[in-house]
Ligand binder design. Sequence first.
Ligand code: SF4
Ligand code: SF4
Length: 338
Amino acid sequence: MLLATMLKGMIGGDQNATLDRLLDECDARTQGLEGLLQAPEGAAPRHTFTSTAPPELLSMATVSAARRLRVAPTMIRMMGALQKSTRYYDARFKPDGREARPELFVELEEAARRGGAAAVRYVSLPDDSIFRGKGVPHRNVIVYAVAMRKEALDTAPSFEAFQEVARAYLRLLLLGNRLTELLRARGHAAYPGTALGGLTDYTRLAELAGLGAIGYHGLLITPEDGVMLRLNTIYTSIENLPTVEAEEVGWIRDFCAMCGKCVRSCPVDAIHPRPVAQDSGRVQCIDAGVCLDYFAQNFGCAVCADVCPFTQVGYDRIRRRFKGNPTAPRYTLTTEPS
Ligand code: SF4
Ligand code: SF4
């Protein structure tokens, strides 16, 4: 059914709402599990992919048939992997080994790197990271990232950049399924995220896990790969997930406070000049509704990711210049109350 919905969307150019429908089908499968941790009252909703732009202006409707065919193999494999990910949410699956041997984490991280992961981290999920109306099977989360090629993102917004992002999501999904199999084979419960959409706020979880910091464009910035990343999660019964010594990256948002390049470069002014603090303590960086219409008509846009100095100049050079500059602002709180 998932595959059928997706193919109809691609072939018919009915990209509007197709992805949300798919993701809702995925989420529905989680609801059969017992003891889900539910989102608290007032939790943030997951961003929608359904834009208000006319269907005939959406990227998949305007792209040539040749290009559609070029991306089709990636999309079909992606939806096959997504379908497989959702099948793990089966109430008949019971293992729940809570204590893992240290060697398992070595094995897991090696398997992740072989499968193309740029980084793996662990975090205990705060309730407010669960999206409104969603539930997750376990609080213990493995967060992992795959990197994208800068050369492709440099062309954003473009079909090439869109293809690179699609390939990243495919790698995330394949990897999530592989790591889930590994953990289950060792007697632990594991449920992969869907990479696209998801039950929880992956970017926030990645920041809490010490992978990097969220920039003003709302994307994660890491020491290893800057902004060129996409994220996914695995929810597991393992309670002794190892914490990883992380580089201190709090200065990134101070740098953002004097940079603002993504704010100025966004074609539709969707990025707030300063992230807006929410009552929950989370921050809102983007007006998602404003971003979405442009995003949907321009191959997923990604201009903000591309212009970011962490993409163009690189983390290490920025860190050296900024941290070595005595007059640069330090650890200022740069969010504004809602
Ligand atoms: S472009 Fe500048 S302000 Fe925007 S996230 Fe990157 S560093 Fe921060
Ligand atoms: S993806 Fe494009 S439209 Fe959306 S915030 Fe970034 S630059 Fe703006």
